[in-house]
Design a protein around this ligand. Sequence first.
Ligand SMILES: Cc1ncc(COP(=O)(O)O)c(C=O)c1O
Length: 390
Amino acid sequence: MKSFKTFLKHTAKDYHNQSVNPPVVRASTIIFKSMQDIRKMQDKAKKNPTGGHFDYGRQGTSTTHILSQILKTMEECYHVFLTPTGFGSVFLAIFSVVRPGDEIIVADPTYSPTRILTQNFLKEFDIKTTFYNPHDLNTLERNITKKTKLIFVENPGSNSFEFQDLGKIISIAKKKKVYTAIDNTWGTPYFLKPIPLGFDMSIVSATKYYSGHSDVMGGSLAVNKKVFKDVDKANKVTGLRLGPDDAYLITRGLRTLDVRLDKHEKNSKEVAEFLSKYKNIQLLYPHKKDSFNFRMWKKYYSGASGLMGLKIKSKNKNSVIKFVNSLKLFGYGYSWGGFESLALYQDKREQGNRQYLKLEKDEHLVRLHIGLEDPRDLIDDLKKSLKLIK
Ligand SMILES: Cc1ncc(COP(=O)(O)O)c(C=O)c1O
């Protein structure tokens, strides 16, 4: 099968039960005919730890194994671990390779809970975090010490949408012998494949585009062979496991991932084109050549998803909040990657304590998720509400 689009439609058929989709196998106990049989299974699991040989439900069932296999093909990696949330995958990636006394370097515009985990929580375990400027990778190289274990990247930056030179980050990490992890929730491996590019670990919040319907949470952590053992060990002791019902819903979502992402991209480009006519708005979305960070996006990505930033100039903060509040087709809420459009005003609380995000007093950040509605309706809605900005 040549095309990945075709693979997503034809994979995971269940010929045994004559159904197009695999069954949901729910299990805590997995039963065997005899003691010899359970040992045989355990020996198989030892020899082939990624082969879907389970003796207890915490390790998974055929339903989670199928999802992991689909994602492995998509990521072109050694193995994919599944976690109950995307943030669980962030935690697992870090916890697998970092120990007391070590240091981590994190991209400054990283998703706020990841910042809190690294900067505050890990400090209690004698693990130091420093942040680097996504526009100046010299700050990354300079901050690497003998104790540095991991570079944690999120691309693009959360809410500020900086695209980084991923190849350069990988070559710095290889030179300094440091592990690398990337949060690839925005692009998903449909648009960017971090493991073949050279990252050791790649995280996607399956809550977002994988499931696509805003009704399930999950995470995936794709790894190369080098880190597999470390992550496997950490996964076993933390008991982070995705339930089979959620795994099924995510597998169902994946069937249409390509169709939805293509449409998110098309709609986003139309909306971005419309918004780019406003002189008081700087668009943080790579929709055309002269867009913010277009060159760095183009260098690594084959497409763009539906999440974008708007840097709005206004001396009247309340009028910008009014603009966001009065949108009719954009729900006000967290998360993104579902079929629907969303908006968020990014105040200080949303931004966290970033060192490198420089906003002038009269600049405001708004995040839009462009859903699968008719883009003409979205543009119409935006046009009416934008009139409120003073
Ligand atoms: C970039 C990014 N990474 C990770 C996560 C965490 O995913 P989850 O909400 O599934 O835990 C989020 C959630 O918003 C996110 O935006």
